[in-house]
Design a protein around this ligand. Sequence first.
Ligand code: PAP
Length: 323
Amino acid sequence: MANEESSNPNPDPNSQEALLQELPRERFWEAMDICKWEGFWFEPGLVKPAMTFRSSFEARCDDVLLASTMKTGTTWLKALCLCIMHNQCSNAEKEGEDILTKDSPHFHVQTVETTIYATKPHPDLHSMPSPRLFHSHLPYNLLPDSIKNSDCKIVYIARNPKDTLVSLWHFFNSILRPNQEPFPLEKAVERFCNGVHQYGPFFDHVLQYWLESQKRPQKILFLKYEELKRDPKGQAKRLASFLGRPFTEEEQVDKVLWRCSFERLENLEVNKKGSVLYAVPNSCYFRVGAVGDWKNYLTPEMEEMLNQTTLMKLQGSGLDLEI
Ligand code: PAP
C-alpha cells in the first residue's frame, strides 16, 4: 500500500527546490548538468515539473499514457496512437482532416514533464476531453500513483540499445553541440553503459516497464521498435486492440501505417519546420528511422561493450532487446 510520502511527495515549491539542490550532479557530454533523482538522471529543469506531475496528476480510467526512454520510437508511437484514437474515430478520410498534417505528433501528444508541467505548474487538464492521450519519458517508479493504481492504460516502446545510443548521439550532438565537434562516440557508449544520460540508466528504465507489463498485461502494453518494423500490421493491430479500438477492416491498418510512416511524417510541412519543445526543431525527430544503423557507427569494441552490458543487465528478465 502507498504510504503518505510516496502518494504525495514534494508537493510545495520550496521543498521541491530544496530537494533539487541536494541531488547529485554530473556533466552530460561536457555540455550541460544532469542530476540524479530516485535512481535516474534528468536535466535539472525537468525535475520540478516531474515532481508536480507525480504528486498532483489525477488519472481518468480512460486515459492513455505513452511511455518511453529517449530515442526508442516515441514519435512513431505518438503518431500511431493519435491515428488509432482520433482519426479512426472521426472517420477522417481526407488528407485535410488528418490530424498529423495539422501539427507535430509532439504537439498533439505532449510529454508531461517537458511540456505540460514545464510551462504551467498547475495545468488545466480537467477540461481536456476524454480519452486523454499523454506521453512521459519518466521511469515507472516516478509515475503518479493515480496512473499506477487506476484502470488507465500505458503503452511502452523499447528499442535495441545500439540503435538507441546512435540515435541519441546524433540528437544531442545537433541540439547541444551544433557548432562543435561531435561528442566522442566512445565516451558516449561508456556513459550509456554506465547509465549517466538523460532518463538513464536505459536498462533500468526498460526493465521496470517490462517487468510491470509481465505482471499486468491488461494495463501495460510493451512494444518494440524492431517488431513494429518487422511486422507493422501485426503490431498495429495489437496496439489498436489494446487501446480498445480494434481495426474492423484491413484497409484501415494500411492507412494508419502509411499515415504514420517515417517517409510521410518526415516530409509533412509541420514536421519540417517549427518546434514544440524549446530549442528542439521538429525536424530533429526524423533521421534515418531504420533498424541496424548502429553498424555504420560502432566499432567492434563499442559493440562488444554494449552487448555485454545488455546481456548482463537483462539476464534472467526474459526480455530480448534484439542485440
Ligand atoms: P524522442 O524520444 O526524443 O521523442 P524518438 O521519436 O523516440 O524521440 O526518436 C527518434 C527516432 O525515431 C529517430 O531514429 P534514428 O535516429 O535512428 O533515425 C527517428 O528517425 C525515428 N523515427 C521517427 N519517426 C519515425 C517513424 N514514423 N517510423 C520509424 N522511425 C521513426
